[in-house]
Design a protein around this ligand. Structure first.
Ligand SMILES: [Mn+2]
Length: 319
């Protein structure tokens, strides 16, 4: 962990990834609060983009302010949470002074000049690692903070159903729910539902709200995920979605672009893809649905909810 007593840095920001999700925002708030409590030094939570509806619901519910927007990292002191890839980070992260990283994704390509504390653990959420840090250092977790960190865990693990969830995360979530005085299931469903508003948005916004880029040298792949309750309404717009995905893939020069539409109740996903079908199809060994003469297609993936564990792992072979 970073030792703030030894740094003279002023204005230290904690920030998650671009197109932030609930874990990225709550991790920034929870870790900034942790450092402020532990070191009596002001650390500022920040965000790398607009909040999604689920995160807005969470901040309002637990009474937290929307973190300030950080749009350029150049020359700033930064603690990175919930990612460690340049393409997913605030602009000019290469020119920032990175002080620490806490994450639960694959090791990416963020580089530093000096050695820094870097904790990466395969957990259900970054907030789970941060909550453990509170316990370890015996920093009390008050009710609203417990609610905040619980939200991040339930969001990233889709109510502890994602295969990224480990036993420690379940124990922790139960403990936090108790402190927050909410029923884990009831609150979790309410929160996830607040995020299932894809149907209200344009195809462009549906794709770009939770969009992540993965790169190997000059080749890049993009994977987006949108949660829904029931596929019926959203799948009536499948042609529009596939068209927009294909347009974005060509315009931004991606090897392939994917959109996972995940039914959070059923725990299944439709995977839209734009890219070379002869290379993508063998990765999933499933029937591909085509629409007219549109390039790309749609694959139904039963019991698939995790981008990180069940989709990213396969499609990164294309790089
Ligand atoms: Mn996360």
């Amino acid at each position: 962990m970073i030792d703030l007593k030894r740094t003279k840095d002023k204005n230290i920001y904690v920030v998650g990834h671009l197109n932030p999700d609930t874990d990225s925002i709550c991790s920034a708030i929870a870790y900034a609060h942790f450092l402020t409590e532990k070191h009596k030094k002001n650390v500022i939570p920040a965000r790398a983009g607009e909040l999604n509806s689920e995160t807005k619901f969470v901040l309002k519910k637990w009474g937290f302010k929307v973190p300030i927007r950080l749009s350029n990292a150049s020359g700033k002191n930064i603690i990175i949470v919930d990612h460690n890839e340049i393409d997913q980070s605030v602009r000019n992260i290469r020119e920032a002074k990175i002080l620490e990283i806490i994450d639960h994704h694959r090791i990416g390509d963020v580089e530093t000049i000096h050695p820094i504390p870097f904790e990466n653990e395969p957990r259900g959420a970054t907030c789970a690692i941060i909550a453990d840090r509170y316990s370890w250092f015996r920093i009390p977790i008050k009710r609203k903070l417990a609610g905040l960190m619980l939200s991040a865990i339930l969001s990233d693990t889709l109510l502890l159903k994602s295969p990224t969830t480990i036993p420690k995360d379940r124990v922790l979530a139960k403990k936090l729910a108790k402190v927050a005085k909410v029923s884990l299931q009831k609150y979790g469903n309410e929160m996830l539902e607040a995020g299932c508003d894809a149907i209200k948005h344009s195809a462009n916004k549906i794709i770009l709200t939770d969009f992540k880029t993965y790169r190997k040298e000059r080749r890049k792949i993009g994977i987006s995920q949108a949660p829904v309750i029931g596929f019926k309404k959203i799948m009536e717009r499948k042609e529009e979605l596939l068209k927009e995905l294909s347009r974005l893939q060509k315009k931004n020069n991606y090897v392939a672009m994917f959109l996972m539409i995940t039914d959070i109740i059923a725990g299944d996903s439709y995977l839209f893809f734009a890219g070379n079908e002869s290379k993508i199809k063998p990765l999933f060994k499933k029937k591909v649905e085509r629409i007219g003469d549109l390039k790309g297609g749609i694959i139904f993936l039963k019991k698939v909810v995790s981008r990180k564990k069940q989709v990213q792992l396969k499609v990164l072979e294309l790089l």
